[in-house]
Design a protein around this ligand. Structure first.
Ligand code: AVJ
Length: 317
């Protein structure tokens, strides 16, 4: 059996990661990039979140793909190269390979260890498809190596991960994505605005899985930045910021706490927060406008009956 190739692109060195994290912690509003939610335990907790009854995005998006795959295939197949951005367990792309008649599958993820396992299994299930894994953090800049494929590419960015970007950053990201399509297409999943009564429990579930996911970030920070956060001092806070049309996640100090690290410290007052994630919720028309501004044309959109989630295709030609 052939093993998929794996490529590791310029991983930041530990000192640079530590410096970036500490710089965020000393900002007036302490801020940490949501990518640090995903250590080994964090990735498993996120996977558990997708099983929660309150967390609708994953299953709503899966429903849209299941229902409209023939229509999507009519628009997109055959796909020469499918580039999966944030592939993780490759589960979502696996369901597209046959219907979209994918010849080459390129899985990109920040965690190349996780990717190796997922990709080996997928290669075994699809021996005829040429597969490549790329370990790359594309959150700051999306520049794919030449190995990702010469001809036109279909970029796949599901799960509403685009929601982690503020609208201006989302536009910049989509412009880079358009360039990386080499004249091909983008297939992207986007979570839509809905009542706070639906949004908020999805990010603050009664079982406390999302709270564990958020608070686990502090354990990850302790390892990466050498901080001494005590998770017992911090509680999970998530709410819909309607003015900014986004769910915000924060960690809030339950009491005054001093967090120390080699060369520094910060005192957090009781109630003071660390901002850990934004998850933007779009209106269907606004996201279509954004795709157009980024240079995509011939837009297609598929949604669920409740209008909770949308999958768009756009062409870069
Ligand atoms: C993976 C960024 C799409 O915003 O819904 C889930 C992450 N955070 N619960 C999202 C997340 C809290 C998720 N994304």
């Amino acid at each position: 059996m052939k093993a998929p190739r794996l490529l590791q692109i310029a991983r930041d060195d530990p000192a640079a990661i530590r410096a970036e994290l500490l710089a965020g912690l000393v900002l007036p509003v302490a801020t940490v990039s949501p990518k640090y939610l995903y250590d080994a335990l964090g990735s498993r907790l996120f996977s558990a979140i997708t099983e929660l009854p309150e967390y609708y995005p994953t299953r709503t998006e899966a429903g849209i793909f299941a229902r409209h795959i023939a229509d999507m295939a009519k628009a997109l197949a055959p796909v020469g190269t499918l580039v999966d951005l944030g592939a993780g367990n490759c589960e979502k792309a696996a369901r597209l390979l046959a219907p979209l008649r994918v010849r080459r599958y390129v899985a990109v993820d920040i965690s190349s260890d996780y990717l190796r396992q997922s990709l080996e299994l997928l290669q075994w299930q699809h021996p005829a498809i040429d597969m490549l894994g790329i370990g790359l953090d594309f959150s700051r800049s999306l520049r794919l190596p030449a190995e990702a494929g010469e001809g036109s590419r279909t970029l796949f960015y599901p799960g509403s991960s685009i929601g982690n970007f503020t609208p201006p950053d989302a536009l910049a990201f989509l412009r880079q994505a358009r360039a990386e399509c080499h004249g091909g297409a983008l297939l992207i999943g986007v979570d839509l605005v809905k009542p706070a009564a639906i949004l908020e429990p999805a990010y603050d579930d009664p079982l406390g899985v999302t709270a564990a996911f958020n608070r686990n970030m502090l354990l990850h920070l302790n390892r990466l930045a050498g901080t001494d956060f005590d998770i017992g001092d911090w509680r999970h806070v998530a709410f819909f910021n309607a003015a900014a049309s986004r769910i915000e996640m924060h960690l809030e100090a339950l009491r005054e706490t001093t967090v120390r690290w080699d060369g520094g410290a910060r005192v957090f007052a009781a109630g003071e927060r660390v901002h850990t994630e934004n998850s933007c919720k779009w209106r269907v028309g606004d996201f279509a406008d954004l795709l157009q501004q980024a240079g995509f044309s011939r837009l297609r959109r598929w949604t669920d009956d409740q209008g909770w989630f949308a999958v768009y295709a756009g062409w870069a030609e």
